[in-house]
Write a protein that binds this ligand. Structure first.
Ligand code: ARG
Ligand code: ZN
Length: 850
């Protein structure tokens, strides 16, 4: 009864729940292998129901007993849950079940992590705790009693009472079961308070297990208070309980979880100190804390009717955390970072066998749809909506959304309707962004005559699995025109494209302008524009839109890399001089200069080659990237030491954007310099670094030139006691190993005493490192494919969710030559043919094999 036969679920089959829940009382009698869960649930028939069937989800539960209105019942039990011929009137259902947290390695439901009891219920984990209508449109008020011999016992909401060995919690806000949480363990808190603008004093805690992590909590607390203030100021949203708890957990499948009043975090997504976390870690932690906090309104107060609506909360909450990061740091740099992530992950997803709409219309396992498309493209859709309606109407629409839907389990239709009601617009065409998969290609042609400049635009979305034909989308295209001196003759204007082909005219010009198209990445599309390299170099030097300025350099580099691969081109001085000019321009933000200096990844080049009709060869790509880096280093030889020196930061470390930008540029320069000085400067930086950004930056620079054995050992000796730092040690060696040694390095590390297959962070360090080493993973021997398949087969029975997620390493397999395709197909078929394979992984390999 362990693996219920996987079933496809369709959005179009949605029906309202047969029964609603008014209140839930849960009692947990904790035991590592024998936790008793006693439930008392007040049900009433749903007046809007279309069925009267009383069904409660339940999975891996040992049934003890059940009663209705105090009378014992004998329900029908199956691997999926419990059925009973229940009264067509309000009643109280009671049940007792037993579960075994310590043997629950799926990290879903109630499980144990280093002696701590913890939960993860989104999306469908609550059914592993007790029998319940485990669907987001059933919202209820929870009261929870925890009995256990542990000092700290936490659940959602506010504490009611507690004493030695027990605690009671009450959450006044009705919520779906996926927001339930419980924590029990020996924990210590960093405490603080925040007073909301209406004067509510909120107690804040960040909990960790004692013994090392205490010093890593302060930054998260600061980020939490900033998030609370920002949501009040920008969205008018106040916190609504007297207490907000965050708990760091070592074993966690995802980043973090927004459980009401009790956010649970992967330790890597909340704990940071200057010595152990990089600037990038600090920035990511700030964003995740904000993200989970913002869910309190966009996700918890207003939740999703069903899991097809996941983007309703995730797209909006990602959009909000991106706005927050822009406000806290640099808008330009944040936008560039977000676009890079979107292109690297979401465009990749959209271009392969796993492509799906922002709102999918079917799934087998919803955990497989926590994707870049739902999250990041979902956020882009909201950004486009805001651009189309304008900031003022966006604010009005959001106010209406919070007003109208507070307490609801809502849909994308509800979301779009508030915008229609506020603006009077018809958003039916815009709604295609939610239902149509694939990345639109925007082809640009220009013409100029008699003072009039015309942009001829064509949009086309390639077919995706299950969607052969595509309709035109509404594209907001931000455009500016520059004259030959780089002055803006037409400031940024948002063109609204709705047809497959459309022409836009700009009159009254005195000469042919240079167009800067899709400013600030105003729509998630791929622009195909045959600009000359001279025009690109001009935009790199002059564009007033920082995103497009960066993108011009990016396109130049990508184009050069592709010509190096296909035509044996050598780097032209035009490109190298353009880079040098940006690098030497002290008026530019160092963080921005670091981004311009960063080349597209080898994976980016592989994707770009495939898009242009070539079969990428990862070994050739790897060579070409190395060659270009060497050319850049040689061309900039005289400048590098000066910039490196300029980027030194005085005073104690802070993770703020300004010094972080300097360190980013310093590390980028160091990596280039290492190609020339054999790693001398990098070894020095490693030896003298007092923060992880510089220590790791130096180690990376050394490993990139096949040096650093001594430093790698020193790093392990220094950080062997720190799990999160050791994850970096594991990941870096694999991701930077020479291509022919990548699989062997990963395999060797799986034999390291600190490798733990059950810890997702550690598993991802090694195998995420492997997939991130494009030339290594795709080495022609096939060793990378085989090793990953072996380990996914081992992981699947323990942790289906993380296994399924890691199969996405194979999603570009059809881009490669027949030899590689054959090897990958064999690996995928070997996984697919494993007996007892989880539904999660089965769905993924089936889609991948197409
Ligand atoms: N709602 C969480 C977040 O985005 C993600 C949790 C997903 N967990 C899962 N098992 N699918 O913040
Ligand atoms: Zn989220």
């Amino acid at each position: 009864m362990k693996n219920p036969a996987p079933q496809t679920i369709y959005l179009s089959d949605y029906t309202p729940p047969a029964y609603l829940v008014d209140s839930v009382h849960l009692t947990f009698k904790l035991g590592a292998t024998d936790t008793r869960v006693i439930s008392r649930i007040a049900f009433r028939p749903n007046p809007d129901a279309t069925s009267k069937e009383f069904f409660l989800h339940g999975q891996d539960l040992r049934f003890v007993s059940a009663m209705i209105d105090g009378a014992p019942i004998t329900p029908d039990l199956s691997a999926e849950g419990l059925r009973y011929d229940a009264p067509d009137a309000p009643f109280v259902f009671e049940a007792e079940v037993e579960i075994s947290p310590s043997t629950n390695t799926s990290l879903e439901g109630l499980y144990m992590s280093n002696g701590m009891y913890c939960t993860q219920c989104e999306a469908e984990g609550f059914r592993k705790i007790t029998y319940y209508p485990d669907r987001p449109d059933v919202m209820a008020v929870f009261t929870v009693r925890i009995e256990g011999d542990l000092p700290v016992l936490l659940s959602n909401g506010n504490p009611v009472a507690q004493d030695e060995g027990w605690a009671e919690w009450h959450d006044p806000w009705p919520k779906p079961a996926y927001l339930f949480a419980l924590i029990a363990g020996d924990l210590v808190a960093l405490s603080d308070t925040f007073t909301t603008r209406s004067g509510r004093k909120v107690d804040l805690n960040i909990w960790v297990r004692p013994g090392g992590d205490e010093a890593k909590r302060a930054f998260g607390m600061d980020a939490l208070k900033k998030s609370m203030a920002w949501d009040e100021e920008i969205y008018g949203r106040e916190y609504d309980l007297d207490l907000f708890n965050i708990v760091a957990v070592d074993d966690f499948n995802m980043g973090a979880m927004e459980n009401k009043g009790l956010n649970i975090f992967n330790a890597s997504a909340v704990l940071a100190s200057p010595e152990t976390a990089t600037d990038a870690d600090f920035e990511r932690i700030e964003a995740i804390i904000a993200h989970e906090y913002f869910h309190n309104w966009t996700g918890n107060r207003i939740t999703c009717r069903d899991w097809f609506q996941l983007c309703l909360k995730e797209g909006l909450t990602v959009f909000r955390d991106q706005q927050f990061t822009g406000d806290m740091r640099s808008h330009a740099v944040t936008r560039i970072d977000d676009a890079m992530v979107l292109r690297a992950h979401q465009f990749r997803e959209d271009n392969g066998p796993l492509a799906h709409p922002v709102r999918p219309d079917s799934f087998v396992e919803i955990n497989n749809f926590y994707t870049a498309t739902v999250y990041e493209k979902g956020a882009e859709v909201i950004g486009m909506l805001k651009l189309l309606v304008g900031d003022a109407d966006y604010a009005k629409a959001l106010d209406l959304y919070f007003d109208r839907h507070d307490g609801d389990a809502a849909t994308i239709e509800d979301w779009l309707r508030v915008f229609e009601d506020v603006t009077g617009r018809d958003l039916s065409q815009f709604a295609r962004w939610y239902s149509q998969a694939g990345t639109p290609r925007l082809t640009v042609h220009e013409s100029y005559a008699d003072g009039t400049y015309q942009l001829h635009l064509r949009q086309e979305t390639p077919p995706t699995p299950g969607q052969e034909t595509k309709e035109p989308l509404v594209l907001p295209i931000a455009v500016g025109l520059l004259n030959e001196n780089g002055a803006e003759v037409v400031p940024t204007t948002v063109l609204e494209m709705t047809q497959a082909e459309q022409t836009f005219s700009f009159g009254g010009l005195s000469s042919k302008p240079t167009a800067s198209i899709l400013r600030n990445f105003s729509a998630p599309v791929i622009v195909k524009h045959d600009k000359t390299n001279a025009e690109r170099a001009f935009l790199l030097a002059h564009d007033t839109d920082p995103f497009n300025r960066w993108d011009a350099g990016r396109t130049l580099a990508q184009d050069l890399l592709m010509r190096m691969v296909c035509d044996n081109a050598t780097p032209d001085t035009g490109f190298l001089d353009g880079l040098a000019a940006v690098l030497r321009d002290d008026t530019l933000d160092p963080a921005f200069r670091a981004l311009v200096l960063r080349l597209p990844s080898e994976e980016d080049t592989a994707q770009a080659l495939f898009d242009a009709g070539h079969t990428p060869d990862p070994a050739v790509i790897n060579d070409v990237h190395e060659t270009l880096k060497l050319h850049i280093a040689q061309h900039l030889q005289d400048t590098l030491p000066r910039i490196y020196a300029d980027m030194s930061v005085d005073g104690p470390y802070t993770p703020d954007a300004e010094p972080a930008g300097k360190r980013a540029l310093g590390n980028a320069v160091l990596a280039l310099q290492s190609k020339l000085d054999g790693g001398k400067a990098a070894a020095q930086q490693f030896a003298s670094a007092d923060n992880m950004t510089q220590q790791l930056g130096a180690l990376r620079a050394l490993l990139q030139i096949a040096k650093g054995a001594h430093e790698l050992a020193a790093f392990e000796a220094q950080w062997g006691h720190d799990r999160l730092v050791m994850d970096k040690w594991f990941a870096l060696q694999v991701s930077l190993a020479p291509a022919d040694q990548a699989a062997a390095t990963a395999e060797k590390l799986t034999a390291h005493p600190d490798f733990d297959i059950k810890n997702p962070n550690r598993f991802r360090a090694v195998f995420g490192g492997l997939r991130g080493n494009t030339a290594g993973f795709h080495h022609r021997s096939g060793a990378g494919y085989d090793l990953l398949a072996d380990w996914l087969i081992k992981l699947d029975p323990l942790n289906p969710q993380t296994t399924a997620r890691m199969t996405t390493a194979f999603d570009t397999w059809k881009h490669y030559d027949t030899e590689r395709q054959t090897k990958i197909r064999e690996a995928l078929e070997r996984i697919a043919g494993t007996s007892g394979l989880s539904g999660d992984t089965h769905e993924m390999v089936t889609r991948l094999l197409g």
